[in-house]
Design a protein around this ligand. Sequence first.
Ligand code: T5A
Length: 206
Amino acid sequence: MKKLGIFLSIEGIEGVGKTTAVRFIEQYLKQKEIDFILTREPGGTEIAEQIRHILLNPNSEEILATNTELLLMFACRAQHIQQVILPALQEQKWVVCDRYIDASYAYQGGGRNISLAHIKMLDDWIVNELLPDKTILLDAPPEVGLARAKHRGPQDRIEQEAVDFFDRVRRAYLLRAEEDPKRFRVIDATKDLETVQDEIIRVLNE
Ligand code: T5A
C-alpha cells in the first residue's frame, strides 16, 4: 500500500486551546513547507458541517437524545473520513484534525455515560483503525478551559453542560491517553501559551 501522510489530532475539553494550537501548527508546517490540511470534527465537509449545526445548536426546543448525539458524531465522522481525511492522507498530506475519535469516548462515553462497548462498535465500523499517528491532548481542569471559552461569545449546546460533565470528559481523555501512550502526548494546558507551544513543537519534531 502507498505510504500515507501524517495524521495528527488535537483533543481536550472546551477552551483548553485546541484552535489556538491548530493555528500554531499551521504556521509551523508552512515554515517547514509541508503539504497539509486543517480540518475539524464534528464537521470538515459540507454535510458534516450541517450535522454539526444540529449537534451544537443551543436553541432547539427538542432535546437531542444521547444516542442520537453519538450516532450523529459518527455520521459526521464517516463523511469526514471518506471525503477529506483519507483522500488527503492518500495524497501523502499531513492531516491536522481539531478533535477526532477520542472525543466520542470522552464526551459520549465519559460525559454522557454511553456504554464504551457501543462506542467501540461504531469505532470498529466507521474508523476501522484509521487512527491518528499522534494525538495531542491539551489537559486542564474544566474551570480553566470554561473560563477561557467564556470570552468567546455565546455557549453552544454542549458548552452549557455543568462542570462535573467536563470533569468526567477530562478523566475519560486522560484514561485514553494512559491506555495508548505511544499515540498520545499530554500537554499541560494551564501553562502559558509559549510553554504550550514549545511542547507542541517537541511533538511535531517527533
Ligand atoms: N464533540 C466533538 C463530542 O461531543 N463528540 C465528538 O466525537 C466530537 C468530535 C465541538 C463540540 O463537540 C463535542 C465537543 C465539543 O463540545 P469545538 O468546535 O471543538 O466543539 O469547540 P470547543 O471545544 O468548544 O473549542 P473551543 O474553541 O471552545 O476551545 P479551544 O479551541 O480548545 O480553545 P481556543 O484555542 O479557542 O482558546 C480559548 C481561549 O483561550 C486562549 C485563547 O487565546 C482563546 O482566547 N488560550 C490561552 N490562554 C492562556 N494560556 C494558554 N495556554 C492558552 N491557550 C489558549
